[in-house]
Design a protein around this ligand. Structure first.
Ligand code: NAD
Length: 491
């Protein structure tokens, strides 16, 4: 079988060479052909803002699996993160990461005898990572946070299926549904819905800030945690810290058609080119990949050799017993290759009799982009609109203007908020306002919801826009009779 291979930037080529040498020595190359693809910094530098050539895209889509080294991202304006682009265009919706205390990697937990081994499943497509951002006024920028029911369903189902496969009995959903009641509320609701199909797995949920504290205080309480994208990104690095740092955290981005395997860490520009990088995270990612394609026997053999080497004090400069010499990436790799066939004293991976060749079958290429749905046949009714205005008026002056605009329409002004806090009809004089307001119009008493479509809202917008800059607009609707919009803070 073929796997697309991108060496990556910075330390990428050094650690990828290490993994390929290990694969060669363990006989992986007899069954897998790695097809090089052009992605990363050098492609950005050719003026390609996607950071990957058309050939790289075609090869990855043909193979169904991409094994990649870390790739640099330009900060601020300019090219988008190639890592995020790759996960998103190929819909690798679930990011599975395993955080496990490794032999020879000393941490406060290993010293205290506290076992740490848990998985994080991070939603990989949605949330603020949509990157839908706009400058709405001189002083205010908005980023949209999108959470969808089918997107949440995909990641939750994947988590439960992975837990079943890995023999995990307990999954925790982390969220901030106490504040983001609708977005995180939906993520949590879909977690509970998915759980019904996996009754043997126990579930719980926890607010993200408490989760961070619990993970530091009692990491042994967790087996698998499923999280929205941004929260998952942050908690993953916290989790890497629990097991010794980013050099030990592997990662698999799993999709229906294409999956991407990479280390959690970045390109480490500060040590690139010096031949001292730690390849462990990329090796562990490579092992997740071999297991994903059903090539489980060499995965177990390499896993045992890596652990045996770590137990023997084989280490790069970033970890381990400082009284032992810090090896180069090359010598570290040699130390593992020499131990192929050995088993570590602790936690040896069982070497299966089968899994001696890959059994991966890439699903058929879809003929077109699929629309995925969770809730069909929902009855919606228009109840009003929120208009977002770029203005410096005071709330009272703005209320006067808006009440006038609503005259002769089916709507009345019900709320003005600033940065999400209600400032009219009631509010606190201590609330400071910026140059960007939301004004909410809802149906006047006696006007039935759904008695017209959104065109009346657009007419109102048109009227307001004669005097004000309307920088965005949201339709207010009920869905099967339930309000599809949140209240303002203080309302
Ligand atoms: P980083 O992970 O590259 O480095 C953070 C620190 O950890 C540095 O001190 C580095 O030397 C050390 N480190 C990381 N990996 C190591 C390894 N394998 N062995 C030894 N030490 C290691 O994070 P950063 O400096 O914030 O990011 C650098 C670049 O990498 C940025 O352009 C960023 O966008 C990119 N990045 C890419 C990925 C990816 O490709 N998936 C992930 C994260 C960051």
């Amino acid at each position: 079988m073929k796997i697309a291979l991108a060496h990556g930037d910075g330390i990428g080529p050094e650690i990828m060479t290490s993994v390929l040498e290990l694969f060669q020595a363990a006989g992986v190359m007899q069954h897998v052909e790695f097809v090089p693809v052009e992605m990363g910094q050098s492609v950005f530098e050719q003026g390609n803002t996607r950071g990957m050539t058309d050939g790289a895209i075609r090869t990855t889509e043909d193979c169904g699996i991409l094994f990649k080294g870390p790739m640099g991202t330009m900060k601020g304006a300019g090219g988008k993160s190639i890592n995020v682009t790759a996960r998103k265009i190929w819909n690798a919706f679930a990011n599975l990461r395993h955080f496990m205390a490794l032999p020879g990697v000393e941490t406060v937990y290993t010293r205290a005898g506290i076992p740490v081994s848990f998985y994080i499943v991070r939603e990989n497509i949605e949330d603020t990572y949509g990157g839908v951002e706009h400058r709405l006024s001189a002083d205010t920028i908005q980023g949209k946070r999108l959470i969808s029911a089918p997107g949440s369903d995909q990641v939750h189902r994947f988590a439960f299926q992975a837990a079943r496969r890995l023999g995990i009995q307990n999954i925790t959903c982390g969220h901030k549904a106490n504040i983001m009641k609708m977005t995180d509320g939906l993520f949590l609701e879909r977690f509970k819905a998915a759980a019904k199909d996996f009754p043997e797995i126990q579930t719980s949920d926890v607010i993200i800030d408490a989760l961070c504290m619990n993970l530091v205080v009692k990491p042994q309480n967790y087996q698998m945690i499923v999280l929205p994208n941004l929260q998952g990104d942050i908690v993953s690095d916290l989790a890497a810290g629990l097991v010794g740092g980013l050099g030990f955290a592997p990662s698999a981005n799993i999709g229906k058609h294409i999956s991407i395997f990479e280390a959690v860490h970045g390109t480490a520009p500060d040590i690139a080119g010096r031949g001292i990088a730690n390849p462990t995270a990329l090796i562990l990612s490579g092992l997740m990949m071999l297991r994903h394609i059903g090539f489980t026997k060499p995965a177990a053999v390499i896993h045992n050799a890596l652990f045996a080497a770590l137990e023997a004090g084989v280490r790069t400069g970033d970890f381990g017993d400082k009284s032992k010499p810090a090896l180069s990436t090359k010598d570290f790799t040699k130390g593992i290759i020499e131990r192929l066939g050995q088993k570590p004293k602790a936690a040896a991976a069982p070497v299966p009799e089968d899994g001696t060749s890959p059994n991966f079958k890439r699903p058929e290429r879809p003929a077109h982009q699929e629309v995925i749905r969770t809730f069909a046949n929902v009855v919606t009714q228009v109840t009003g609109c929120d208009l977002y205005l770029d203005t410096n008026l005071s709330p009272i002056a703005l209320a006067d203007e808006m009440s006038r605009a609503a005259h002769d329409t089916p709507f009345k002004l019900t709320l003005i908020s600033n940065r999400g806090t209600q400032v009219w009809p009631t509010g606190s004089v201590f609330t400071e306002c910026v140059d960007y307001y939301r004004v909410r119009f809802e149906l006047k008493d006696g006007v039935a919801p759904g008695s017209f479509g959104q065109s009346r809202c657009i007419s109102l917008l048109d009227k307001v826009a004669e005097k004000f800059t309307v920088c965005s607009y949201e339709l207010l609707r009920t869905f099967d009779g339930v309000k599809g919009y949140s209240m303002a803070q203080g309302q």
